[in-house]
Write a protein that binds this ligand. Structure first.
Ligand SMILES: *Cc1c(COP(=O)(O)O)cnc(C)c1O
Length: 236
């Protein structure tokens, strides 16, 4: 399938999910996750109308940004080692993986002069030991504690659901993230408007949109994956 037709399919699915949940499709942003693919393929996504690209490693971000530059917004979606913050902070529009105080401290320290860094706080809603993120019950307190970092703006929450054949299975995790976001909103913290939800990937984005996702992170079913000849194709 061509990238353009993948994108049309995804947009159509988003529209249907929005109809089912009485949402405005304009409120759902597609981040094309390019970690599996070449610079050329990522560039093709931008040519097709994608405006946001996501990478989960510093090296990938640097390589793709070197080729594509500011024709797209850059979203950092992977777990982030503090020592790497200084090398990516000038490039990214948002960090989706803020999950600990030491990382917040480093972002505060390395943020460019006059800049405020938009962050999603990552929550491990499913509690899987392989996933990073805060426990749901720690999240609100953690976000409150970021008040002393004036360079951090918590625009929303992010989660990764476990991979399931049937996305219905993970609906409760998306719902829980939305409820947590509402809890943070109600706290009325100036540094944490928390209006955004970064959730949903190739296999579960329609469910995520129904539950309120405003940023979906789509890799294999949009740009493909290196493993597309094998299991990736089926997943897409
Ligand atoms: C790889 C990745 C994605 C995209 O995964 P697909 O299933 O290929 O759409 C989304 N979010 C994160 C954090 C990822 O690492």
């Amino acid at each position: 399938m061509s990238l353009q037709s993948n994108l049309e399919t995804i947009r159509g699915n988003i529209e249907e999910a929005c109809t089912r949940s009485s949402r405005d499709p304009e409120s759902v942003h597609i981040i094309a996750v390019t970690k599996y693919v070449t610079n050329e393929r990522a560039e093709e996504a931008v040519d097709a109308g994608i405006t946001m690209l996501g990478e989960n490693r510093l090296e990938g971000l640097q390589e793709k940004h070197g080729a594509i530059g500011d024709r797209a917004e850059w979203h950092f979606i992977g777990s982030l080692q503090s020592r790497k913050v200084k090398d990516m902070i000038d490039t990214v529009t948002a960090v989706h993986s803020l999950d600990r105080r030491s990382l917040a401290k480093e972002i505060q320290k390395r943020a460019p002069e006059g800049a405020v860094i938009n962050c999603f706080v990552q929550v491990n809603v499913s509690g899987e030991s392989t996933k990073s993120g805060l426990a749901p019950e720690e999240t609100v307190e953690f976000i409150r504690s970021l008040a002393d970092f004036d360079k951090i703006n918590v625009i929303g929450l992010m989660t990764m659901a476990p991979y399931e054949e049937d996305p219905e299975t993970v609906r409760p995790y998306f719902r829980r993230l939305r409820e947590l976001g509402e809890e943070v909103q109600q706290a009325g913290l100036p540094h944490a408007p928390c209006l955004e939800l970064s959730m949903g990937m190739s296999n579960d984005y329609m469910t995520a949109v129904e539950e309120g996702a405003t940023y979906i992170r789509i890799g294999s079913s949009l740009v493909g994956s290196d493993a597309s000849e094998t299991e990736g194709a089926e997943k897409a």
